[in-house]
Write a protein that binds this ligand. Sequence first.
Ligand code: SAM
Ligand code: DTB
Ligand code: SF4
Length: 373
Amino acid sequence: MLRLYLTSSARPLVRSLATHATSSSPIPPVTRHTWKKEEVKEIYDSPLLDLVFRAASVHRQHQDHSKIQLCTLMNIKSGGCTEDCSYCSQSSRYTTATKASRLVDLEPVLEAARKAKENGSTRFCMGAAWRDLAGRKRGFEKILEMVRQVRGMGMEVCTTLGMLSPEQARQLKEAGLTAYNHNLDTSREFYPQVITTRSYDERLQTIDAVREAGISVCSGGILGLGESDSDRVGLIFEVANMPEHPESFPVNALVPIPGTPLENNEPVPFHALVRTIATARIVLPSTIIRLAAGRNTLSEPEQAMCFMAGANAVFTGEQMLTTPCSPWDEDKAMMGRWGLEGMQSFEQKRLNEKEGLRGEKTVKSTETVSSSL
Ligand code: SAM
Ligand code: DTB
Ligand code: SF4
């Protein structure tokens, strides 16, 4: 597949992709689910500008590259988590500035979701610092109500609550959950150096339960953990061979948290972030690639390069979970400068099909966004 683009016999294809915006491409969009690790590595290792060019071409062939999905996060249950994820401010194993809290009430959640919608976000994601939902029957019922009500506002609703059973996934789907975030975080090989309290296969089981319940899967990773290029390739290789590609692939850059084992890690080199995004874009052509944690440390031209390489979603608003987030007004102004617009809710074709919404009117993120977009 890669050689098609790199050998001299592929020149007409490269030209057709380059001019895709103005002519109808003769190449039908293809999504593969069987990738060899060497093939992913060959893409990742290709000359950086060729890689970005190819990713941008694939992006234009499969999706509207002028649209960015705006998602707002809310931490609905902070800290005190029993897991030992070595990057996380919310693990009870480390002494960090994050305090443990109880599950928040419904009203503040609805208020935050309304504010997010008014500011142009079309997805609202609620995170809880839990290993799983065992023994949390009342809390889970409260969360199901949060999901129902936020979905009722016409927003896409996502949660990240730790491990799920198939039955819990089914109940979330019934309540109207659009997507569930559960990251693989890194390659299978490097994973045991980052987390020991939950296995890679347990993560895959939750992802399977989510997919089988008909919920969109949001699963990606985190860079800057001390992993190698081969681990970044390994992460993409894992999701590339899933029976369905995740509808969304978040790429987090480690935000070093004082008190955690990774507090002194060096930032991930920017070229490695771009290579990861571009490779994911090529291998997962219809997936939304989410530029996630750490984005506020990137300059505007760096963010623009990530969008060029195929990133098409961001977290925006007042806060990530415990770390800073780029605010709506800055993001809207930046997007305006680069000719980017907010995605409507349920605009992603695969997600729309999963929700059985084909033809149904979607909610415009721009409805409530300033005309500067
Ligand atoms: N308990 C849920 C779980 O682990 O699935 C909660 C969501 S957890 C905070 C979601 C993801 O955020 C993690 O898998 C990791 O990729 C990312 N993340 C957490 N802390 C981070 C940090 N300090 N820097 C960057 N990304 C981080
Ligand atoms: C994801 O991959 N990144 C988001 C979302 N999914 C839930 C969370 C990032 C958290 C960053 C660290 C913090 O704010 O605590
Ligand atoms: Fe707990 Fe999630 Fe943080 Fe891991 S990433 S310690 S599971 S809150």
